[in-house]
Design a protein around this ligand. Sequence first.
Ligand code: MG
Length: 384
Amino acid sequence: MVKDLTLLGSTGSIGAKAAKICKLHGIRVHALTASVNYELLEKQARYFKPRKVALLSENSAKELKLRLSDTDIKVLSGIEGISECAVLEESNTVLNSIVGIAGLVPTLDAIEAGKNIALANKETMVAGGTLVKKLAEEKNVKIYPVDTEHSAIYQCLSGKKPNSQVKRLILTASGGAFFGKKRDELKDVTISEALNHPNWSMGQKITIDSATMMNKGLEIIEAVHLFDVDESKIDVLIHPQSIVHSMVEFCDGAIMAQLGPVDTGLAIQYSLTAPDRLPSFYDSLTFEQITKIEFLKPDNDTFDAMDICREAIRRGGLYPASLNAANEMANMLFRQNKISFLDISYLSAKAMEKTENKENFTLLDVLAADRIAREYVKEEAIKR
Ligand code: MG
């Protein structure tokens, strides 16, 4: 079990829950980082008394520095400050719950410094999975999934890599806010409709990704990297009740599933305690109260994001990085009311087509592909 942790993205939905889990189990948190939320970061810092904290925003960092001036906690800022926290010697594990591509560099820095990673930042794996895996192997560090589906699969596989006895991985998906709708019903949907997720309470970016099904597509790519399996061996089932968090089918037809309450907390906790288990905040599932449990085929004609993601990982190279960046930008522009809901996957696919691919790529290539895809989506959005 992890005893000494650095928590990146500690004020977001996953990070704040992770902080509560650390409190519950007495895990020492030596560094905390966030993007802008200095108020919550101050509270967390006063509780955990970390050596360092960092905020991406310079202004927020200035404010936090004033507020923490009665302590000896070092307040850092910018991406350099976050990276300094990621490599802090006191921690042997870094839980990364930064949202988006911003999580990639700190993950690589932490691995370089020999830290195990509890990874909630799926964009890290989507855009830079090849680099992350190679470095993790070199440095002999472990990557524990925090995403509920991947945690479920990891648990079904008892932490081992799938071998020839594994027939397929089955990711479950709630279906998001618009499950059951057809394309013509999605043309004019609003931001608040898209943010109205039926089951999960999460941050805004991922909730929109759930509505477009891009989240599940990104999770396919994440699973390819985390479990070293081909995308063709990963199936997706819509499971509106979100009780079965994902499954593994073996060659003899046996299926292992992980079930639990609809909450990301269990997966967060397991990433810090694996292979052991500790009591949690969560109540047991009451099977008697589950009136319905369904599994349905996804409607890939209406929600094309998963097919786009499959195409990206089949092509490999820099395609997933471009796609991820285009989706991040399009997701944001939709939330700013600048493009329509259906534009998100449309522009993401178009941006991917503009990728100048490289087979052997570096971090700089990933960041360049990311920048180009974002620019492209921004320019296309203005024309719309
Ligand atoms: Mg997930």
